[in-house]
Design a protein around this ligand. Structure first.
Ligand code: BDR
Ligand code: CA
Length: 309
């Protein structure tokens, strides 16, 4: 059975993904925490709130407090100053584990060798650190799913870069160049798989504690998506989690070589895809191009204690 390790920077869509994992995964070995959407202090506190809400035994391992090389701007304007919509929820009583996320991942990759599914929902700093300490890590991991990138250059942070890659391009470069093969759920796929606002509101209206919590923390992000005239809630990490939990939901994918631009003045953090197969580089990514939308929605609705539709 699959055992998940989720590296994440909660974050509203991270929260939805974590709820989905707890509802549907056969096991969760731990949450590695990254800085990204907001600072590490907040992302750690938010992860603890979630596992407390779920009354789950899932350990929380804080990781790197900043990107490997350059400081980067956060995404508090989408997720709220505290990353969870500034609702004033009290801090959790739970405390984080005193082991770095990168070290926890290495340890758990031995304990669950061959069955660990790593799901990266934030900047790739912790994964890059783990890989740097132990280049053999991918051999022990069954699968890596990365939410990141904008495969034809339609970024959401700079014009060309998606947030998770743009926040720590060097870390992403390390992972993309050293991990032999991973699944990539990019921002442009997210744009094609928005969650209809009305259906989503209906799921949130149920009396499940998870729905009430998510309704509160996502209020600002939903308003932001509406204000941007999106067709629905864009939940990148939830989509990546659906792909991690149910690879059978992938209806179309492309195997391609993908690398990360580090130096471009306008394109730092862009994911450059060899669409034309001109470079001779071996494909390192299975780029997910389409997902079964109703299967995705089913996983989301169930994680909120609701019925899809
Ligand atoms: C990604 O950036 C973050 O803001 C989201 O949580 C998601 O992981 C989307 O670009
Ligand atoms: Ca995230």
């Amino acid at each position: 059975p699959d055992m998940l390790f989720i590296d994440t920077d909660p974050g509203v869509d991270d929260a939805l993904a974590i709820l989905m994992a707890h509802a549907h995964a056969s096991g969760i070995a731990g949450l590695g925490i990254a800085a990204g959407n907001v600072g590490l202090h907040h992302t750690t506190a938010n992860a603890l709130k979630l596992v407390e809400l779920l009354d789950a035994p899932t350990p929380v391992f804080p990781g790197a407090p900043q990107p490997l090389v350059r400081r980067a701007a956060d995404a508090a304007f989408v997720h709220g100053a505290d990353g969870f919509g500034d609702t004033g929820y009290l801090p959790a009583r739970r405390v984080a584990h005193n082991e770095h996320a990168a070290l926890a991942l290495l340890r758990l990759s031995h304990a669950h060798a061959g069955e660990l599914v790593v799901v990266a929902l934030g900047p790739l700093t912790n994964l890059a650190l783990a890989l740097s300490l132990d280049p053999q890590l991918p051999r022990r991991v069954a699968r890596l799913v990365v939410m990141g990138g904008a495969v034809t250059g339609q970024g959401n942070t700079s014009l060309a870069a998606e947030f998770n890659i743009g926040f720590d391009p060097e870390a992403a470069h390390i992972v993309f160049s050293r991990w032999p093969r991973f699944d990539l759920v990019d921002w442009e796929l997210t744009l094609r798989h928005a969650l209809d606002f009305e259906r989503f509101d209906h799921w949130l209206a149920g009396d499940d504690a998870r729905a009430a919590f998510f309704s509160a923390i996502s209020r600002k992000a939903r308003a932001f998506n509406r204000m941007q005239q999106r067709p629905g809630l864009l939940a990148a990490d939830a989509l990546a989690m659906a792909v991690a939990l149910r690879p059978g939901l992938i209806t179309r994918s492309d195997e391609r070589a993908v690398t990360v631009e580090l130096d471009g003045g306008l394109t730092r953090g862009a994911t450059v895809v060899d669409w034309q197969r001109r470079s001779g580089a071996v494909a390192n990514a299975r780029i997910v191009m389409a997902v079964d939308q109703s299967g995705f929605e089913h996983l989301v609705a169930a994680a909120l204690g609701a019925l899809p539709g």
